[in-house]
Design a protein around this ligand. Structure first.
Ligand SMILES: [Fe+2]
Ligand SMILES: [Fe+2]
Length: 185
């Protein structure tokens, strides 16, 4: 399978349709895996806290999202990102570190990640054609669930985290970097 390393979804026409779809599936599998690992890190730290159940609910949805993209990787013979081992460690670390800062910080992490993912999925929905209706429909379903996660974070006082703007900025930037890399590597 060809892999165009110079282009992004934000530049329509730069990728062939096949390349675009492969990139979408590759980066989304990576992202959903990262999300699963973030929540695993948070759950490890917040085992006995009131937030545990809420985080578990979100983690379960991430598991479903991941399963879908992983099955598409197999079905369509798409090369997964080579960075999976990095997301395994970095995702867990991001979850665990934010959770160690407290339950609100864990929720702030979710808000910051999901803000970026919401935008990322919206961009994909905008560029995918009608012959990928099923894929588009799935991404839209997942996007709504990510939006739900963001709202759960806000309802659980993410914004009251000490240093919220800094944490949100850092986690958002890390998420964007992960997306950038997973599209290319
Ligand atoms: Fe997800
Ligand atoms: Fe999510």
């Amino acid at each position: 399978m060809k892999n165009n390393k110079k282009s992004t979804i934000g530049q329509p026409g730069a990728l062939t349709e096949t390349q675009l779809i492969e990139q979408v599936i590759r980066v989304n599998q990576a992202g959903e895996y990262g999300a699963k690992r973030i929540y695993a890190g948070q759950m490890a730290v917040l085992k006995n806290s009131p937030s545990y159940k809420t985080i578990k609910h979100m983690a379960k949805q991430e598991e479903e999202h991941l399963e879908y993209f992983s099955s598409e990787i197999v079905k369509r013979h798409v090369r997964p990102t080579a960075l999976m081992p990095l997301w395994h460690v970095a995702g867990f670390a991001m979850g665990a570190i934010t959770a160690m800062l407290g339950e609100k910080a864990a929720m702030a992490c979710t808000v910051a990640v999901e803000e970026v993912i919401d935008e990322h999925y919206r961009e994909q929905i905008a560029v995918l054609g009608e012959n990928e209706a099923k894929l588009k429909e799935k991404i839209e379903k997942f996007r709504k669930e990510e939006e739900e996660h963001k709202n759960i974070g806000l309802e659980n006082n993410a914004e009251d985290t000490i240093g919220y703007p800094i944490l949100r900025g850092a986690v958002g930037a890390a998420t964007k970097l992960a997306i950038f890399l997973s599209k290319r590597v």
